[in-house]
Ligand binder design. Structure first.
Ligand SMILES: *Cc1c(COP(=O)(O)O)cnc(C)c1O
Length: 519
């Protein structure tokens, strides 16, 4: 077959061969479907929805979301998605919103808008003051990033480390922190709470916090990135969305429990002016006038189109059915874990996720370390996510845990997964967590300075990665599979090392992964 237009290009490789190479690379990935990976991916278990999303991406991918006046489809789709989210999440006719590229971008923009509103109210410019962002320690890392990028002081409040509200912040403790500044709460630009938190699936006391914040004149963002499209269908939860007085903005990821392909989230603002503060506009250059509601300039219409198509197809009832499947699976997994000697579920999960910790009430030789457990589960072909422990500002310790994000497809694989969870626990019960001291001994004296990785250049960081056996992560090989190997020793190391130092090492690991390789 001749293909004149292609042949005229004197191609390096035929499209079929290019796609075959892509398919070969994809076979090495962790599986995105089928429920074997319990984080990162949100599988509704309905292949037709993937087809629908792919069709919508195809229809919208050439469109540039930069200019909804030129590409009116973008404006129409965004209006629909924002309206759906607003109605689902307790907004009213004054609630406005934006579709962003993901949860991180929604969180960044919420903080940027709060900071700029705070500055404008005081006649200040960025850099002239450093307001506080007050949040529980369990707030998503995207807010650490936002504080870093936008020059806010991240003021983290401890959460309950045990009991039924484990992982949730106490409203009184947060309220006291709010007014503890030199000028009371006057230096707080934003309070953030989670519905629920990613690490522990804990629902923060949104209404109580919002009431205290409103009294202090401080806006509140609810990070419902993970819960936004699932919690509306969860029974027996206290109000947590825009229905709550005092909540000023809310983020909800379409690419999580609305099952859109990656690249879509919604940020809602209760009032127009706070949303307008999120825009960037300039006419002070010799090019087209720039008006950006989000961080990007040119952006594909694909993710928006796919999210719109899936919401339109599913509607509320479809989302409710899928959330119900995820909920039943979450309850079943919670029961299964609670029935395993030596393990326990942290707190009471609000939403389709849960964290698993060691049951300290079990005798030492009957306890199960959650990271050794996750590694043993991985040997059966299932991927759980190891999370480090954390010492909070008040000295209390949040245990290291293993995270499970539960999706609708999980319900159908419970009979395979539950026995694996039990067998893996049997395999590692009584075994202590790896001791990081031996690895630490191999390292030179550490610089625990405040600057990230102060004193480590890329060569030194690479040498250290080699020393701890992580120098070759991602190298090609016949057996190269997903992941960096056992998580238990790695996470023990992460906890034992000063954060700036281990952060620098992880940067090196990831940066080297995408460096071009010698042919
Ligand atoms: C996933 C998540 C985010 C960040 O979202 P990304 O889409 O990964 O950028 C923020 N907050 C919470 C609670 C999340 O679960």
């Amino acid at each position: 077959m001749t293909r004149p237009a292609l042949d005229a290009l004197d191609l390096e490789q035929a499209p079929e061969a290019v796609l075959a190479a892509l398919a070969a690379l994809r076979t090495r990935d962790a599986p995105t479907h089928g429920g074997r990976v319990l984080s990162y991916v949100y599988d509704p278990g309905v292949p037709e929805l993937d087809e629908l999303a792919a069709g919508a991406v195809r229809a919208m991918q050439p469109v540039n979301g930069l200019d909804p006046t030129t590409f009116g489809s973008v404006a129409a789709l965004e209006r629909d998605v924002v309206a759906f989210a607003r109605d689902l999440l307790g907004g009213d006719e004054d609630t406005v919103g934006t579709v962003t590229s993901g949860g991180t971008e929604s969180c960044l923009l919420a903080v940027q808008s709060a900071r700029d509103t705070w500055l404008a109210e005081r006649g200040l410019r960025p850099g002239e003051a450093r307001p506080r962002l007050v949040a529980p320690v369990t707030v998503h890392a995207a807010f650490h990033k936002a504080a870093h990028l936008y020059g806010l002081e991240l003021d983290l409040v401890p959460v309950a480390s045990s009991g039924p509200s484990a992982g949730a912040v106490d409203a009184g403790v947060l309220g006291a922190r709010l007014t503890a500044g030199p000028a009371g709460a006057a230096d707080v630009a934003l309070v953030v709470v989670s519905a629920p938190s990613y690490p522990h699936a804990a629902l923060d006391p949104v209404a109580e916090v919002a009431a205290l914040a409103a009294d202090a004149g401080v806006p509140v963002h609810v990070d419902a990135c993970i819960g936004g499209f699932a919690l509306p269908f969860w029974p027996d939860l206290p109000a947590w969305d825009l229905r709550v007085p005092g909540v000023t903005s809310l983020s909800a990821d379409l690419h999580k429990y609305a099952f859109a392909p990656k690249g879509a989230s919604v940020l809602l603002h209760r009032d127009r002016d706070r949303q307008r503060a999120q825009y960037f506009a300039t006419t002070r250059w010799p090019g087209y006038p720039v008006v950006n509601p989000t961080l990007l300039g040119s952006r594909s219409g694909g993710p928006l189109g796919a999210a719109w198509a899936i919401l339109r197809a599913l509607g509320r009832d479809g989302l409710a059915t899928l959330a119900g499947r995820a909920r039943r699976a979450t309850l079943a997994l919670g029961d299964a874990v609670s029935g395993i000697e030596g393990l326990r579920v942290v707190g009471v999960p609000a939403g389709p996720l849960l964290a698993v910790a060691t049951d300290e009430e079990a005798a030492a030789d009957r306890r199960v370390d959650p990271h050794l457990w996750a590694d043993a589960v991985a040997a059966h072909g299932w991927t759980l996510q190891a999370q480090p422990g954390l010492t909070q500002g008040d000295g209390t310790r949040l245990p290291h845990t293993t995270h499970l994000t539960v999706t609708p497809v999980t319900e159908g694989v419970l009979e395979d997964l539950v026995p694996v969870l039990a067998a893996a626990a049997d395999k590692v019960r009584g075994r202590p967590r790896p001791d990081a001291t031996a690895l630490l001994g191999a390292l030179p004296p550490l610089d625990g300075g405040a600057r990230p990785g102060a004193g480590l250049d890329s060569a030194a960081a690479a040498a250290l990665l080699d020393a701890i056996g992580l120098g070759a992560v991602g190298e090609e090989g016949p057996d190269a599979g997903p992941g960096v190997g056992p998580m238990a020793p790695l996470l023990a190391l992460v906890e034992a090392l000063p954060a700036p130092f281990v952060e620098r090492l992880l940067v090196e690991l990831l940066a080297r992964l995408v460096e071009p390789r010698a042919a």
